[in-house]
Design a protein around this ligand. Sequence first.
Ligand SMILES: C[C@H](O)[C@@H](O)CC(=O)C(=O)O
Ligand SMILES: [Mg+2]
Length: 431
Amino acid sequence: MSHRIVSVSVRDVRFPTSLEQHGSDAMHTDPDYSAAYVVLHTACGLRGFGLTFTLGKGTEIVVLAVEALADLVVGKSLQDIVKDFRGFYRLLTSDGQMRWLGPEKGVIQLATAAVLNAVWDLWARAEGKPLWKLLVDMAPALHDCSIKTHLYSNIYYLSELFFFLSLLPEDRMMKEGYPAYTTSCAWLGYSDQQLKQLCTDALKSGWTKFKVKVGANLDDDIHRCRLIRQTIGPNNTLMIDANQRWDVAEAISWVTSLSEFKPLWIEEPTSPDDILGHAAISKALAPLGIGVATGEQCANRVMFKQFLQASALQFVQIDSCRLGSVNENLAVLLMAHKFQVPVCPHAGGVGLCELVQHLILFDYICVSASLSNRMCEYVDHLHEHFTSPVVIQNAHYMPPKDPGYSCEMLESSVQRHQYPEGDTWKLLMNK
Ligand SMILES: C[C@H](O)[C@@H](O)CC(=O)C(=O)O
Ligand SMILES: [Mg+2]
């Protein structure tokens, strides 16, 4: 069957999470978790679902960017795309009139991710496999899908990769799942009481690794970190996340003041583009045993290459909707392996947990075969809107079984939350 793509639809879907301060941090104080939600329709009736994550109003711009890319997709067959997937990636990112908007960063890159996520979903559905399994089964052939341009050959030794094609890691994942940490106990806008209650409940459900938002006010951070450390105890893992709030010197002194709480990492201490700034922070905090984590706003593989080359991060946080879909994420997974830096994906948002679990399973089974210092983020919001929501057992992601990339939303949820015409928004606007 040819699976020719005959149309692309994209919708602006928003959830009013800011009402309860879910997702709030030092820079994003009123996030409405949202998605530009893409469906590829094929001549034979099979559909591919994809999305990229946004925070509210910006979604309308991403939707327009997806519409602009749609002409490059309509008329192509899945078979032609995957025969030269690298070429198709280049087609989307190198259009003579649109690449000026990026290239490969910002809104146009988010739109690329949404479209390509839908293509990967379509492919996995056509093969009747969950995406992670499609990747594992075709690991050697994936060289033709991933993006090598702008990566120096001295970094990107494909021949060294994919050592671990044994069945052992896959069996382990099927039995135990992939370890996760939780961010949903300690958003910046939560009260002390909420924070304590959520941590206590999470401990009872088996969570041992917690991330807390910091960066707005140092006294408040000391208070909240103390509270959370007292609640989770000395042996559980704590991470802190500043969402780019500081400049470099401020980051070093602020995190030094929080070092008594023994965070494993400081996430996004400064501008996501300041690679040498991250390197300086990494160097200054190393004696305190605190690493630097970043990536949720790292736009492309070239940036990651330099972060790795400059020893500017100790934890790579790939994002399934920020980078150019699976293609570009593969390149980053391989580079991280080459540099022996653990990958701890960014998830959360709406749908990010559903998507990125596939990538980290592939990373474990075919690339790293290690769980040392590795875990995948989890937040406990909005999974009920997906047809194949993540399954968490004892703080581990259990491998998804349904065909596809797990990004299909329930049509009823999409209609209710579509902006501005969905009932959820009509009700809020009429209040
Ligand atoms: C605005 C988002 O909720 C952001 O705070 C998420 C994030 O930084 C994380 O999950 O890490
Ligand atoms: Mg973060």
